[in-house]
Design a protein around this ligand. Structure first.
Ligand SMILES: Cc1ncc(C[n+]2csc(CCOP(=O)(O)OP(=O)(O)O)c2C)c(N)n1
Length: 405
């Protein structure tokens, strides 16, 4: 078990007495090892893990991915799927499964919790492990603030009992025991909330890898070079929109052509479709990620059936959730070009080199849509990648003004 030292805590007057005596000037505090927490769950009978990865849970998710067999750890398309999958597991085994998610995924679980797992419906016990982005009083990105503030209220309204997971194993053991007591007696979901830095870091051994050479940022640069001045771009959640923001800056262009879907993972293509249908004279380009596209893949059937001619869908496929720790997606198990064509897109191609991107875009930009291009890339982002400096509201205002031109 690792310990970290927080001498800064001694600045708090409540620690002043301790601070006067040398042996106690530094307060030692335990941090939760993903390994200890995983073993604790296994020892209590929870051996099935499913969910969508989150940056605050990445060390735990990495440990689970490295140590569970594929039948006992399943990364789902979205968090709602995970709750339903966990339900099936509980029905078949009687055991208490664990569903992990970022609190952004709460919206995705509302329906399967309220109309399936809830104590007054099918009453299914499961442990929800929820990463608390936007915790009040902690610095976070704008898209997490409201969710972070409302999370406890949403859980309460949903009838889900919860507690914050302590960051030391003795406390975590008590919490897991309370959760089990609840699940045994109430037969319904129970949530453990994970604050930032609850877990110590774990080096994820089975991070997704592939043999493609282009990075997302390099592929994105090539795409942006081939986008017209009147074209509109909608960027997906995670690193891609941050890279897009920096590329525009480096090219001395404004950000008004780009709508950054900083939250609302999986919905960039729906937003782009809404714009495209109403602005038929402009090409509208959705820059998607494989994890995001898969999360709400059903929209591809809608895109195909609208026959929206100015809709251009570009998918950056690295086979993983790169932005939150590179846990694998089904990106390379899925033939996206076939899916797009079967959904009614007019054309769909797959490329992996810069020259192919340029050539493909030249054709697709003038072709009648909806059209689709998959760019196969390798995982990874720059260490010094920044974040958008303008607020979502500023982004929206600039975007609306650009559309009016
Ligand atoms: C509903 C929801 N669930 C989970 C997240 C956390 N999250 C942010 S980005 C991301 C990964 C996106 O993966 P992908 O679309 O493949 O893009 P990549 O990061 O690989 O570029 C995840 C899981 C979120 N923002 N919203």
């Amino acid at each position: 078990m690792k310990k970290k030292t927080f001498s800064s805590l001694n600045k708090d007057p409540s620690h002043m007495a301790a601070a006067q005596e040398p042996p106690y000037t530094e307060l030692e505090r335990d941090f939760l090892e993903p390994e200890d927490f995983y073993n604790l769950l296994i020892s209590k009978g929870t051996d099935f893990f499913t969910g969508v990865p989150d940056s605050l849970l990445k060390d735990f998710c990495g440990y689970v991915a490295d140590h569970s067999d594929p039948k006992h750890h399943i990364i789902t398309a979205n968090e709602g799927n995970a709750v339903a999958l966990a339900t099936g597991y509980n029905l078949a085994t009687g055991k208490f499964p664990l569903v992990y998610l970022q609190n952004s995924g709460l919206g995705n679980i509302v329906n399967p919790v309220m109309s399936l797992a809830h104590a007054q419906v099918y009453s299914i016990p499961m442990l929800l492990l929820i990463g608390w982005r936007g915790e009040p009083g902690k610095k976070d990105e704008p898209q997490h603030i409201i969710q972070g503030k409302c999370m406890n209220g949403i859980l309460t309204e949903m009838g889900i009992q919860y507690e914050v997971l302590p960051d030391f194993i003795e406390g975590a053991t008590q919490s897991v025991e309370s959760a089990i007591f609840h699940m045994q007696n109430r037969s319904s979901p129970y949530a453990l909330i994970v604050r930032r830095q609850c877990f110590v870091s774990y080096k994820f051994k089975n991070k997704a890898k592939n043999s493609y050479t282009l990075t997302r940022e390099d592929a994105l640069k090539t795409v942006i070079e081939n986008v017209g001045k009147h074209d509109v771009v909608v960027g997906t959640t995670g690193f891609l929109s941050r890279e897009l923001y920096e590329i525009r800056k480096a090219r001395n262009e404004g950000h008004e052509r780009d709508f950054l879907c900083v939250g609302s993972m999986g919905h960039a293509s729906s937003i782009a479709l809404g714009v495209a249908l109403s602005k038929p004279s402009r090409n509208v380009i959705c820059l998607d990620g494989d994890g995001a596209c898969i999360m709400h893949m059903g929209i591809m059937t809608t895109i195909g059936s609208t026959k929206c001619e100015n809709f251009k869908h570009i998918l950056f496929n690295n086979g993983c959730h790169d932005s939150v720790g590179a846990q694998p997606t089904a990106g390379f198990d899925t033939d996206f070009t076939k899916v797009a064509l079967q959904c009614g897109y007019k054309e769909a191609i797959s490329v992996s080199e810069n020259e192919e991107i340029t050539e493909g875009l030249k054709r697709l930009m003038s072709a009648k849509g909806p059209v689709f291009m998959e760019i196969r890339i390798r995982p990874g982002a720059r260490k010094d990648l920044g974040r958008p400096k303008s607020s979502p509201l500023q982004n929206k205002t600039d975007f609306i003004n650009f559309l009016k031109k």
